[in-house]
Design a protein around this ligand. Sequence first.
Ligand code: ADP
Ligand code: SF4
Ligand code: MG
Length: 369
Amino acid sequence: MGGAAPLLVARDLVKEYRRAAGGWGGRRRTTVHAVSGVSFAVARGSTLAVVGESGCGKTTTARMVARLERPTAGTVELGGVDVWAAGGDALRALRRRVGVVFQDPYGSLDPRMTVGEIVAEPLRVQRRCRRGGRERVQELLTLVGLDAEHGARHPHEFSGGQRQRIAIARALACEPDLLVLDEPVSALDASVRAGVLNLLADLRDALGLTYLFISHDLAVVRQIADRVAVMYLGRIVEEGTVDDVYARPAHPYTHALLSAAPEPDPRRERARRRVVLEGDVPSPETPPPGCRFHTRCPLAQEVCAREVPPLHGDGGRRVACHFPLEPGETLARRADALGRAIALGGGRGARDGGAAAGGTVAGDAGPGR
Ligand SMILES: Nc1ncnc2c1ncn2[C@@H]1O[C@H](COP(=O)(O)OP(=O)(O)O)[C@@H](O)[C@H]1O
Ligand code: SF4
Ligand SMILES: [Mg+2]
């Protein structure tokens, strides 16, 4: 993380939703443990990606950071200011400092407004924005690779990729420090996706932005992020630099996820063996005690069902596992040493229901979702 103070710090974030259970007139209420003690720090000018299967709490985490969802417990600090405790002028200043881009380029832009009105909306609402007006809108549209004159048109005249560019222009309107990007390229075709990712990387570097980047796609994360936090059932199980985590996953779940992602190098791709995890992700209404991954982990021991493994480590790498893998050690080899059977699938093209398929985390949004 270096010596400089991080721009964004999340501490022990918890989000629990109370939900009526038992159908018609049911009085029983259950608790959805969406996020259960998530902590991370993001250095200014860098990108932290949060990756994990559908329902593991990525969006809820992003919404708590962007001040769209109040945490049940825990804090979010931006530049040392507690975003949920701030009020008055401090809160207005904070609102300007955070921009948000959502997954759905169709639902997130009001179809009745012109593109110019959409991009100018934060300029109008946040009167503390330093610069406003038509020229600023034109400047923002040009910045995201659109025609300055596109401001007069409506969203339906644009493709999915162009709409995401409009959403990015809107998020940048008030010159924020932080962008919270929730699956910003997941709904886009692969050909369009690369262009939007390149744009995001260029904007980050040119404007000195900091990103919290939510994704279920390991290839996208590799392309855009400096660091990655892997989530499973409401908790971070591993966090570190992308290079380090991808090369030497220490958590069994991270190992299984990465084993399902195609390798860019054809030789390594041929040798790739996908770890097929048994069973389904448990319900967040009844998360397993101890390590939440223990019901599916090929390495689980008795202590795993009893004691929550703390997320700890040094050298910028944190792992929440009682028995983490050593650098270079594979999950299959460790399982073998324990006398456990482990199901392995083939590399590219094999589709036998593994932890994930095609480099994206199973069960999560593909194009159009
Ligand atoms: N408003 C809500 N009420 C009840 N449960 C919710 C609500 N929002 C999210 N959840 C639940 O919280 C869990 C985490 O959801 P989410 O953060 O959207 O996951 P992800 O973005 O990783 O797919 C899921 O089980 C989801 O169903
Ligand atoms: S703590 Fe135990 S169950 Fe959890 S990932 Fe590590 S070995 Fe598996
Ligand atoms: Mg989500």
